[in-house]
Design a protein around this ligand. Structure first.
Ligand SMILES: Cc1cc2nc3c(=O)[nH]c(=O)nc-3n(C[C@H](O)[C@H](O)[C@H](O)COP(=O)(O)OP(=O)(O)OC[C@H]3O[C@@H](n4cnc5c(N)ncnc54)[C@H](O)[C@@H]3O)c2cc1C
Length: 379
């Protein structure tokens, strides 16, 4: 599958870059306060108006009917401007992938479309205090009671939950069946018994509020089940394939943004009567950084190509996510180094790139879990 960019892809990159540089980059620091619930709702709305939230979704549900690579480009460009707001805004639709693929038409109309139109924010709650990588170890349950589901349990790391209109909550419908007993539910955040806790203070990504959720006899109608009962884990696998490529795109964009700042600084700062960028030691650093970025880009686009071709992208999605997020950390760290002491201050954006994007090695399966998947795919 070729993943060469078309003129349409180049056009969307230009449009998204302009949007990101004018709407996201200038306010990056405004959304960097620890312990404050903040979500860039206006930028989310503006991005929705321009069909930037998920251009590969069908037009009837608020997308632009483009291919998946167009969405990869949006994730890249948003994060190139600022990985905090970039990731936060695009995470505002987290969970709509499941609705698009497995939801009933009425669920798409009532829950998916408002998100893509910028009128609602959602999230997906899988992780629990004692079960992160080990998804099947979750303990939250959903039991049928007449024409309702009754949910009980504790979730954590629920991105957007403090500001979301609804969450997709994964729960055990057959508790002893491991992976085969999990289902997905739409849960409006105002549901009685669904208590979103305080915002968790994080080292970065503060534009994206994250909280624990205590669920105590929270009732939703029986048709709020998404897809088939007990098939939630299988549904998540498709969701992970797609989202791992988009996380790779987030990391790729953050690396490209940190590189841009480092390159500019290297051509401004002087030491020993010359620009520091004239030292071969720095030129080689920048060459290594760009080699990582371009290799990561090839891997990410190739994984997107597999997905668009209808092939199983599991191995390549994990390689892209693992490799790109590791490259991102290295590039952001080197960008700080190239700035010397100034790189360690809030006067320059590179420390923020480092903090905000470090999470890409953890979310949607850690680097270690990606390596397990890659190895398993060899057998
Ligand atoms: C900012 C942020 C936002 C998040 N948003 C969401 C969200 O919206 N929804 C959601 O459901 N979750 C979310 N998460 C949770 C995230 O998906 C988990 O943190 C992640 O899956 C790891 O789980 P854990 O934190 O429980 O770590 P653990 O599973 O406890 O892992 C701890 C360490 O052990 C390693 N490890 C675990 N198992 C293995 C193994 N089999 N082989 C090798 N190493 C292993 C891990 O790689 C890691 O290094 C978010 C996390 C963060 C930090």
């Amino acid at each position: 599958m070729t993943t060469a960019l078309t003129a349409e892809h180049e056009a969307i990159r230009d449009a998204v870059r302009e949007f990101a540089e004018t709407e996201i980059e200038p306010v990056a620091r405004d959304y960097d306060e620890p312990g404050v619930v903040q979500f860039p709702r206006e930028i989310f709305q503006d991005a929705a108006d321009l069909d930037f939230l998920a251009p590969h979704y069908p037009e009837e549900y608020g997308g632009a009917g483009m291919d998946f690579l167009a969405s990869v480009i949006v994730h890249e460009e948003f994060n190139r401007a600022d990985p905090g707001i970039g990731t936060a805004v695009l995470t505002g639709k987290f969970g709509t992938e499941l609705l698009l693929e497995y939801g009933e038409d009425w669920q798409k109309d009532e829950f998916l479309r408002p998100v893509l139109e910028g009128e609602a924010v959602c999230g997906t709650s899988i992780s629990e205090p004692d079960a992160g990588s080990d998804v099947a170890g979750m303990r939250t349950t959903a039991e049928k009671d007449g024409d309702e589901w009754v949910l009980n349990g504790s979730k954590t790391w629920a991105s957007n939950s403090p500001v979301a209109e609804f969450m997709i909550v994964m729960a055990k419908t057959t508790p002893d069946a491991g992976h085969d007993g999990i289902s997905a539910f739409i849960v409006p955040t105002e549901t009685d018994g669904f208590e979103v806790g305080r915002d968790i203070e994080k080292m970065g990504l503060r534009a994206s509020p994250t909280a624990e959720i205590n669920i105590s006899d929270a009732r939703v109608p029986d048709d709020y089940l998404v897809g088939e009962e007990d098939r939630g884990f299988i549904q998540l696998m498709k969701f992970f394939n797609e989202n791992r490529i988009l996380v790779a795109a987030n990391a790729l964009g953050a690396a490209a943004g940190a590189f841009r700042h480092a390159f500019e600084y290297a051509h401004e700062r002087e030491a020993f009567d010359q620009k520091i960028g004239e030292f071969q030691g720095l030129q080689w650093k920048l060459a290594d950084m760009m080699t990582g970025i371009e290799t990561a880009r090839s891997t990410t686009y190739r994984a997107a190509g597999e997905l668009m071709a209808g092939n199983d992208p599991r191995r390549l999605a994990s390689i892209a996510k693992y490799y790109t997020s590791e490259v991102c950390e290295d590039v952001c760290s080197e960008a700080v180094q190239i700035h010397g002491g100034y790189g360690y201050t809030r006067e320059f954006p590179v420390e923020k790139f480092y903090r905000d994007s470090r999470v890409q090695k953890i979310v949607e399966g850690t680097s270690e879990i990606q390596k397990n998947i890659i190895y398993d795919s060899l057998e």
